[in-house]
Design a protein around this ligand. Structure first.
Ligand SMILES: [Mg+2]
Length: 125
């Protein structure tokens, strides 16, 4: 079965790009534009991985990460932060909040799929 990924990004163009690339690499993708929409989606299912933009309107990505890590049903899902490369220090904050890793934007579309795949829990391929 295709790995299920939830992508959360408030930038519609980034969201479309990351979704298109991952769909092309065989992932099943769900999209959310903010934390609230993401939490609605997570009520209905548990993805294999979450890709999360840190800078979101409303609840930011770090706060959302801490919330998800505190929820027993969701705490096992690897969360990978999407950070703007200019924002050094964001990466440390993302790891401290509970993210398993980070990918800097702009993404390298040729490498993105394999990069994301590395963060999947073993057994989900
Ligand atoms: Mg953003």
């Amino acid at each position: 079965m295709a790995p299920q990924v939830l992508i959360i990004d408030d930038n519609a163009l980034n969201l479309k790009l990351t979704s298109d690339v991952l769909r092309g690499e065989g992932f099943a993708v769900q999209e959310a534009q903010d934390a609230e929409e993401a939490r609605d989606i997570l009520k209905r299912g548990v993805p294999d991985l979450i890709l999360l933009d840190i800078a979101l309107p409303g609840m930011d990505g770090l706060t959302l990460t801490r919330l998800l890590k505190a929820e027993a049903r969701l705490s096992h899902i690897p969360i990978v932060a999407l950070t703007a490369s200019a924002m050094k220090g964001d990466e440390d904050k993302a790891l401290a909040a509970g993210c398993v890793g980070y990918i800097t934007k702009p993404i390298d579309t040729r490498r993105f799929g394999s990069l994301v795949r590395k963060f999947l829990t073993p057994g989900v391929k």
